[in-house]
Ligand binder design. Structure first.
Ligand code: R5P
Length: 296
């Protein structure tokens, strides 16, 4: 059974339909003081999957704590977390003395609650595998890059795929290889939450259609800065494709003011830019986990 929260009903239905499995809502009441009361279906099967995408994560982590522990008391013996967007992956070392290594803390926390995790393009930089970040028995990483690549070539002819920083190289290379597209990455130095220095690679962008591709866009500062440089270098148009669109209205406005044409994303986070769905891939991952459990 797939359990979901109210504001992710659409994604849950897409996944449940693709997996051919039932889904059921976790009801959540917020008390005036901010505490919450959760109610799960009273009879749970042995295998339960909880869907919670972890943008704006802090309150959701408490929901997961309550939901996972309650699911166990209601009969779930194997619990999988499907977190299409997995938060707190960027802080993977202490950049300054005394800083929390959030990736390790949150990863360990989730591993105490769940036996398996499925996520999409987690921001793993200095850590090689998802299982190192979230030490569960089964950790499945999917990627939005192939589906975004298919979408891009259906909309643009022979675009250049450009990653706005070195960390995006893995996703850009994957998307480019799928359709033999020219690709490169920029050099980026982050100066603050909303300040980055981006340097374009030595690629010829004049009169080319360029798609900036990354795992995540948040304030939009990174891709906006890259778009400005590309247009100044003669690019005929610049569009943006990201797996995770954390972008709020202000960020979307900043992108368009920088000259970005269209913004495309996966449905890992519900957003007006959603163009491709990860539900079929997530459903396959759930089915393969269950097949493993049954020894098939
Ligand atoms: C970090 O390295 C990520 O890949 C993104 O480039 C970053 O999170 C984007 O953040 P923002 O949109 O706020 O510049």
């Amino acid at each position: 059974m797939l359990l979901f929260f109210e504001n992710e009903a659409r994604m849950a239905q897409r996944i449940a339909q693709a997996a051919g499995q039932p889904c059921s809502q976790v009801h959540c009441h917020q008390f005036p003081d901010g505490e919450i009361r959760l109610q799960l279906p009273a009879d749970l099967p042995a295998q339960v999957t909880i869907l919670r995408t972890l943008n704006r994560p802090n309150a959701k982590l408490v929901e997961l704590l309550l939901a996972a522990q309650t699911a166990r008391t209601l009969g779930a013996r194997h619990l999988t977390l499907v977190a299409p967007y997995l938060a707190y992956m960027r802080q993977d070392i202490a950049f300054h003395a005394g800083e929390a290594i959030s990736q390790r803390v949150i990863g360990d926390f989730l591993a105490t609650l769940f036996d398996a995790i499925v996520t999409v393009d987690p921001h793993l930089h200095r850590v090689a595998s998802l299982r190192e970040a979230v030490p569960v028995a089964n950790a499945i990483t999917l990627s939005g890059a192939p589906a975004l690549s298919d979408w891009i070539v259906s909309r643009r002819k022979q675009p250049v795929l450009l990653g706005p920083d070195e960390e995006s190289a893995q996703w850009v290379a994957c998307a480019a290889a799928r359709h033999e597209l020219e690709h490169a990455v920029c050099h980026k130095v982050r100066q603050g939450d909303r300040a980055v220095d981006v340097k374009l690679p030595k690629t010829e962008f004049s009169d080319r259609e360029v798609v900036l591709l990354d795992d995540v866009a948040s304030t939009g500062t990174t891709v906006a800065q890259a778009a400005r440089l590309l247009l100044a270098a003669g690019a005929s148009r610049v569009d943006v494709a990201v797996t995770h669109a954390l972008l709020d209205d202000h960020a979307m406005l900043a992108l368009h003011q920088a000259g970005v044409g269209e913004v495309w994303s996966t449905d890992c986070i519900e957003h007006p830019s959603n163009a491709v769905s990860m539900a079929p891939a997530i459903a396959d991952a759930i089915r393969s986990l269950q097949a493993n459990l049954h020894g098939k």
